[in-house]
Ligand binder design. Structure first.
Ligand code: URC
Length: 298
């Protein structure tokens, strides 16, 4: 990447962010909707656009935006992974001077009204955002990373945190029973895309996250720490979705501590396990990436 004798680029890329698309498919009178926000980024072989103000190779970010709408119209949107791969491939195939395509898509969810039965009326369901990142280099296969983010979940018991390290700075007591609240941010890569049903994979992984966190509805499941719950989630995902090669999860520990009624001695409140103060800052930041040891044979 020679630039001049004093400096060189270590990265270049440009594209359009936050391209919003609402896509409606009609099967007779039954309508299906998908709402996406698409981010495109292209890296070219030449750097003359940056260094010599030569714009002749630039695929304008406006053109990239139009391409998103055109491909949505021409190909439809089966799921965000397929759509991102089509976009990445399109720029590489159509424009020989493109070296690398990078497409990142977020999908917000709409659910059918009337308990999922309405044929054309929907309710916004911001409970969780589905994400997908596709990076593809010229003449190479796409690297697909799917994910979910913003999935805020909480349980009011069966979470403890005890026997942790003691030193002169520790003030937190052992907690046998606490509130566990987190906002799940997870991404995963696939070792094989062959006959992979991306919707099935995403739904299965979301279910793993929920089930590991919550346990069965009548009993729940014990969490001895956020770290352990995170690891058990990853293990369950690797067991249930054989195409997943590596999974990264971030589970912030969004603390909620009992209000300290000792500050109000006149109320003579001795016990409190009902009134909590949620704190969004600071939050614990617990994260790990778990990768399969053996390459999948799929
Ligand atoms: O599950 C937890 N893990 C920690 O590392 C930690 N640290 C902390 O203050 N509370 C908790 N809880």
């Amino acid at each position: 990447m020679a630039t001049d004798k004093d400096a060189m680029f270590t990265f270049r890329g440009y594209g359009k962010n936050f391209v919003r698309v609402l896509h409606v498919t009609r099967t007779g009178n039954i309508h299906h909707v998908k709402e996406l926000e698409v981010n495109t980024q292209l890296s070219l072989y030449s750097d003359k656009d940056y260094t010599h103000a030569d714009n002749s190779d630039i695929i304008a970010t406006d053109t990239q935006k139009n391409t998103v709408y055109a491909l949505a119209k021409q190909n439809g949107i089966t799921n965000i992974e397929e759509f991102a791969m089509q976009l990445a491939e399109h720029f590489l195939r159509n424009d020989s001077h493109v070296k690398r395509s990078h497409i990142y898509i977020e999908q917000v969810q709409w659910k059918r009204m009337a308990d999922g039965k309405h044929i054309h009326a929907f309710v916004s369901c911001p409970e969780v955002t589905r994400t997908c990142r596709v990076i593809q280099h010229k003449n190479e296969k796409p690297l697909v990373t799917s994910g979910l983010k913003g999935f805020k979940i909480m349980k009011t018991t069966k979470s403890s945190f005890t026997n942790f390290h003691k030193d002169e700075y520790r003030s937190l007591p052992d907690m046998e029973d606490r509130i566990f609240c987190t906002v799940v941010d997870a991404t995963w890569t696939y070792s094989s895309l062959r006959s992979l049903d991306f919707d099935w994979a995403w739904n299965t992984i979301k279910q793993c996250v929920e089930e590991t966190f919550a346990g069965c509805p009548k009993e729940g499941s014990n969490s001895p720490s956020v770290q352990n719950t995170l690891y058990l989630t990853q293990k369950q995902v690797l067991a249930k979705v054989p195409q997943v090669d590596e999974m990264t999860i971030a589970l912030p520990n969004v603390h909620a501590y009992p209000f300290d009624f000792s500050k109000l001695p006149q109320l003579n409140i001795k016990e409190n396990n009902e009134v909590f103060v949620p704190y969004d800052k600071p939050s614990g930041n617990i994260t790990a990436a778990l990768k399969r040891r053996h390459i999948s044979k799929l």
